[in-house]
Design a protein around this ligand. Sequence first.
Ligand code: SAH
Length: 225
Amino acid sequence: MRFDIISVLPDLLSSPFAHSILQRAQKKGLAEIVLHNLRDYASNKQKSVDDYPYGGGSGMVMSITPFACCIEALKAERDYDEVIFMSPDGETFNQTIANELSGKKNIMILCGHYKGIDQRIRDLFVTREISIGDYVLSGGELPAAVLVDAIVRLIPGVLNDETSALSDSFQGELLDAPVYTRPADWRGHKVPDILLSGHEAKINEWRHEQALIRTQLRRPDLLED
Ligand code: SAH
């Protein structure tokens, strides 16, 4: 699966993809993440990618031409399943969307900055707009990193047994159960006996019960669905 991410600050994105599971996925050839500097597509001398808003008001707006040039250059090379704009007014990202997108082949992601991007980019090129929550960040880079991380870990072969996504919260209707590791007794705070019993069926039953209790307490809405 390939991601092309268009940003004015590609450096902001290199670190999140250079470690742990995301790095491994790229090394195994299961995910390819390509960063594009929007400024490379600015035609003016100053390499500026934004301008004052028509109608006045505060904040700069990202211009259509550099985005259009970059998007068109990428589209000339391959077909994209989705051109996603990260935006606080988009649909709220969740595990269902992550699962759906993990089945795609090529995804392009546009990161906004400042006041946002010229509406015509959204009208003409964007197929989907996604928010990572009801708050406003300075740019689309961190949201893009969140999106790509959540998607890549779902690509078959990326996670191994120890990190399997199947029991993760939101993968089914239940949140994940509590987890423990050594020591079994830390200053008198003990790990539940059942986890030390070696009785797999009983342990699974306990985990299911704990996941249910946790879901009822924290996210009863998931059980209603
Ligand atoms: N004026 C805009 C916010 C601009 S913030 C508004 O009120 O809707 C600058 C950029 O950061 C946005 O264009 C978007 O790409 C990104 N961004 C900020 N918050 C985000 C969020 N919650 N989810 C996804 N992208 C976000």
